[in-house]
Design a binder for this molecule. Sequence first.
Ligand code: ZN
Length: 289
Amino acid sequence: MYLSAYGGDETLYRLFFITRKQRRRFLGIAALLLFICFCAISGYNLFSNRTVGCHIKDLAEPVVLAEAQPNDITEGMPTEEPPKMAYLTFDDGPSVVTEQILDVLKQQDVPASFFVIAADNNIKYLPTLKRTVAEGHCIALHSCSHAYNKIYRNTDAFWADLAALNTKLKPYVSEPPMVLRFPGGSSNTVSHKYGGSNIMKDLKQQAEAKGYIYVDWNVCARDALGGNPSPDTIARTVIKECKEKTKAVILFHDTARNKNTAAALPAIIQWLKDNDFTFDTVDHLTESF
Ligand SMILES: [Zn+2]
């Protein structure tokens, strides 16, 4: 059969592949090299399960928040600066990295908010939520599966998925969290191909009707899946974005790929402290944005 492919010219055949066994080996190695190239380019991790979570390309742009203004100026009186607030938020956990994040937060004595999911990769880390709650951090909702094609198929599918998350969280939280962050953000467009162009508008209205506060971000650490920025790069990105802000809601990620996020936190938190930011959790926010 092989010979017929070369018109029966065995000499030509032998020029490229001395034996059929070698030809098979050559094709096998070529296929493996192609697969490795694909993994390197796409960010797929060969040696671990695919991590579920946000990908930087799917995230909405950071929200632009109105800056707080100084209080009314009374003639002859010094002006009072508005308090500067920082909200450290971590999406897509709990994960193998959560404990490292918690260790830094404990050392630095600051609170943070965790928008959690309960996909297959997260299940074994859910008990970490006990420590998270015990150390004064806020647990908030992100989704159960984080699968865009499932949660954004229609609004009922989204709320069913959120109910599944609440069921998984029940052993770890005293009452169901009422703050949520839509996967991809409240103005994401990745949802449109599954649920149409009005899906986010409908979901936001329904969230408010159900009493939820949904929270986006106005600072993005750019540490989501697909790249592996160094701790220095993450810290620089966040600090640059926090300058000139009086309310910084900072989006980080908490997945197996975010060890550098945990490593970047001490420098970020120190900078925020040095620049007079007070740290708070999203359950103290009073309105969606
Ligand atoms: Zn996410």
